[in-house]
Write a protein that binds this ligand. Structure first.
Ligand SMILES: Cc1cc2nc3c(=O)[nH]c(=O)nc-3n(C[C@H](O)[C@H](O)[C@H](O)COP(=O)(O)OP(=O)(O)OC[C@H]3O[C@@H](n4cnc5c(N)ncnc54)[C@H](O)[C@@H]3O)c2cc1C
Length: 323
């Protein structure tokens, strides 16, 4: 394992890898760029779900220290579905993961390294561009809580709006595959929620291409470049959650550290459910009718991702709302 390694990108996946490599006694160099967000990380709603706690434990941290609120259901417009969901203090979590890292804010010189990990998220700065990239544009505000403590998702505009409570504050956002998300801001409201006097606001982009469309994951060197997290499409095409899939990609990389082909193969196998989801999302975006098989993909994926239990009718109702 004694390679000269650089991690490009100290977001959640780069920071997780940094911590796990340090546990193995390695000292990778880390690179990042300055953030324009007030919270100091890439735009994110800070919502997460199944698998998060176990992945955090593997980094010798306790997820409970970072969970702000827990939820046992999500409301999609007027459909209320049982689910397991948390909001977390993501900036504090990323900080804990990257404790002792001294990120360089200068461009990385690839000739200095044998292996570069591309953890640059949507920037995918060290791997070739993706031919058929699918990106969702988002806008988000952090506002004072209106007292409601419920996760709410409003589907529409080939995307959806979210309300994620964070204790005294709340993230209110909107992401769309088609329109400028700013179009949903009307006066001092976004999708009907009050965004007057926000603590902060940001715009961001989520790669919803899914992994198989985000190849190659590895580029031969020198230096060898290996992509992880959102750089290689480890994000759900339907809901844009990239925290758990990104952390999982790191586990897969570490299990295949000396086997780049094995890494590609395992990543594709682990996330084949996201590839199926992308196909359904494309159909929804083109307003094509969903088949029973498509609805089964959405049912199974929602259960796998957030423990959501819904019926076939709920799926068709939600697909109709998407337009
Ligand atoms: C508005 C919005 C809301 C979201 N909400 C959620 C949510 O609630 N739950 C969820 O699970 N997911 C959410 N996501 C997706 C999630 O934020 C990402 O998928 C996840 O953070 C990806 O992790 P990452 O480490 O791969 O990339 P990032 O978190 O994006 O980190 C990439 C890092 O690379 C750095 N970087 C970029 N370019 C370079 C470069 N050239 N050199 C060095 N460093 C570079 C960046 O500064 C950043 O620190 C949301 C995304 C958006 C945009």
């Amino acid at each position: 394992m004694a390679l000269k390694i650089a991690i490009a990108g100290l977001g959640i996946t780069g920071a997780y890898l940094f911590r796990l490599l340090r546990k193995e006694g390695l000292t990778p160099d880390v690179y990042d760029v300055t953030h324009e967000t007030v919270c100091g990380i890439h735009s994110c709603g800070w919502g997460t779900s199944l698998g998060f706690k176990e992945l955090v434990k593997m980094a010798d941290l306790d997820a409970d220290d970072y969970i702000i609120s827990r939820f046992d259901h999500i409301r999609f417009d007027d459909v209320r579905l049982r689910a397991e969901f948390y909001t977390i203090d993501k900036p504090r979590f990323v900080k804990a993961l990257s404790e002792s890292a001294e990120p360089k804010l200068t461009p990385l010189d690839p000739s200095r390294y044998e292996r570069v990990i591309d953890a640059t998220g949507v920037a995918r700065a060290y791997l070739p561009p993706i031919q058929n990239d699918l990106l969702m544009n988002c806008i988000q505000y952090r506002v004072k809580s209106d007292g409601s403590n419920e996760i709410v998702v409003k589907i529409g505009g080939i995307g959806y709006a979210w309300y994620f409570p964070l204790g005294n504050l709340t993230h209110v956002g909107f992401g769309s595959l088609k329109e400028d998300p700013g179009i949903r801001v009307e006066g001092k409201t976004l999708a009907g929620w009050d965004i007057d006097q926000p603590v902060c606001s940001c715009r961001g982009v989520v790669r919803v291409s899914a992994p198989s469309a985000s190849r190659p994951f590895v580029m031969d060197g020198p230096p060898q470049v290996i992509g992880v997290g959102e750089a290689v499409g480890c994000v759900s095409p339907l809901v844009g959650d990239g925290i758990v899939p990104g952390l999982r990609s790191i586990r897969i990389l570490l299990d295949n550290w000396d086997d780049p082909e094995g890494y590609t193969e395992k990543l594709l196998r682990e996330f084949s459910w996201l590839d199926k989801e992308r196909k359904v999302v494309e159909k929804m975006a083109e307003s094509r009718p969903l088949s029973i098989l498509d609805s089964r993909v959405l049912l199974e994926n929602s259960r796998r991702r957030m423990g959501i239990r819904m019926g076939v009718l709920d799926v068709f109702r939600m697909a109709r709302m998407y337009k």
